[in-house]
Design a protein around this ligand. Structure first.
Ligand code: PLP
Length: 395
């Protein structure tokens, strides 16, 4: 029995060993949150308290104790349920979802919204539903894996264009658009691994010229840019985008995702997006918390957003020894090889900064980087301390 198990598992052991020898192995860390710090527990029983520069909680919402306590008090005293364990199309819809979807449609000035269980569910559901093998989708080369997985499920042709290179996209549209029935142009607004920002108006021009849908993923920008409404709003292009997807699991500090668009597309997704149809819906408490955060913190004023932009300006000015990619609060430092990136990350962790290496295959070969993400829970002196540590490193 033992032998047969060993031989059955051998291919998986070999694959893991290959990852280990190329410094690409992923492991779940033992971590506790402590305000702007995390406590990193190691296997030998020691623990390190580190400033958290790896979170997607860009506005520091998950550490806002007052907000959390106020929400829980109101939510529980109103008799609301914690969860609604059914798929939406069975008996999983209640006023909490309805109110939230109406609220989201209003924020984006779109006809309708549809909540998905996560951004991953959203992208997989949207692309697999809207496309089939006679269709084509033009994707920015750095689009998130969930978009690619959704397209793969649809069996549509994928044509990647060079990152943010709209002339390359145009050439590809000229060459391939005519060979397919339906077509989509797909881009993130703020790219999560490079920290740079798409020009959505250029994409909308191409969408109109080549008769395609345009879908924008605002996972990392919703809540911060455009007074909290995202980059499509900031670039004044909302009405030219067919579907916007955004998540609650990053700057909103909650969990879940949604798409907004025309009623016909939302009705189509309700009928064809399998990740929506065949999955139990999000706990109501998550939806209600996301709405509470949006109303009380994100859309009420720009205090947190402005603090974050200021921290980002300071950080980018203070780091002299490395080039920082992009322009946003996602401020990655490009290193190159996996092994040296892992080494730099270890050094930063030893010095009190929780910054992880992002390696191939998550990013292209030889573009491994330290993904530094800033958040509004940090202070100017924290940012300066990290800049000083980076400036002291030898490339
Ligand atoms: N879209 C983008 C651009 C992302 O970066 C991510 C996650 O990091 C997702 C979608 C998936 O969102 P979620 O974490 O809610 O599944």
């Amino acid at each position: 029995m033992k032998n047969s198990k060993q031989s059955l598992y051998a291919p998986y052991c070999e694959a893991l060993e290959a990852l280990n020898s190329s410094s690409s192995i992923r492991q779940i860390k033992d971590i506790e949150q402590d305000g702007k710090y995390i406590i990193l527990n190691s296997k030998n029983g020691s623990a390190k308290r580190l400033l958290n520069f790896s979170s997607n909680d860009y506005l520091g919402i998950s550490n806002d104790k007052t907000l959390r306590e106020d929400f829980l008090k109101k939510y529980i005293s109103s008799g609301n349920k914690i969860s609604n364990p059914s798929a939406r199309l069975l008996c999983g819809t209640s006023p909490v979802y309805k109110k939230m979807e109406e609220f989201l449609a209003e924020i984006f000035d779109k006809e309708r919204a549809l909540i998905f269980n996560s951004g991953y569910h959203g992208n997989v559901g949207v692309y697999s539903a809207l496309l089939d093998s006679s269709d084509v989708v033009f994707v920015d080369k750095l689009n998130h894996a969930s978009i690619i997985d959704g397209i793969r499920l649809s069996k549509a042709k994928i044509i990647p264009y060079r990152h943010l290179d709209y002339e390359d996209l145009r050439q590809k549209l000229i060459k391939y658009r005519k060979d397919y029935k339906k077509a989509i142009i797909s881009s993130e607004s703020l790219f999560s691994m490079d920290g740079d920002i798409a020009d959505i108006n250029r994409l909308a021009d191409l969408k109109e010229e080549f008769n395609t849908l345009l879908i924008i993923d605002e996972a990392h920008s919703f809540g911060v840019y455009g007074n909290g409404k995202g980059i499509c709003s900031e670039q004044n292009v909302l009405s030219r985008v067919d579907l916007i997807l955004a998540t609650f699991g990053k700057a909103i500090g909650s969990y879940g995702a949604f798409v907004v668009g025309d009623g016909v597309l939302i009705d189509y997704l309700i009928n064809f997006a399998r990740s929506f149809i065949f999955s139990t819906t999000l706990p109501e408490i998550s939806i209600a918390f996301s709405q509470y955060v949006l109303k009380k913190r994100i859309l009420a004023n720009n205090t947190l957003q402005e603090k974050l932009f200021k921290l980002n300006d300071n950080f980018r000015k203070s780091v002299k020894s490395f080039e920082i990619m992009g322009e946003s609060y996602i401020a990655p430092v490009l290193i190159g090889e996996n092994a040296s990136t892992v080494g730099f990350s270890r050094h930063l962790i030893e010095n009190g900064f929780y910054i992880l290496p992002i390696r191939y295959p998550t990013v292209a070969k030889n573009t491994a980087r330290l993904r530094i993400s800033l958040n509004a829970g940090l202070e100017t002196n924290d940012i300066q301390a990290l800049a000083d540590c980076l400036n002291s490193l030898q490339k």
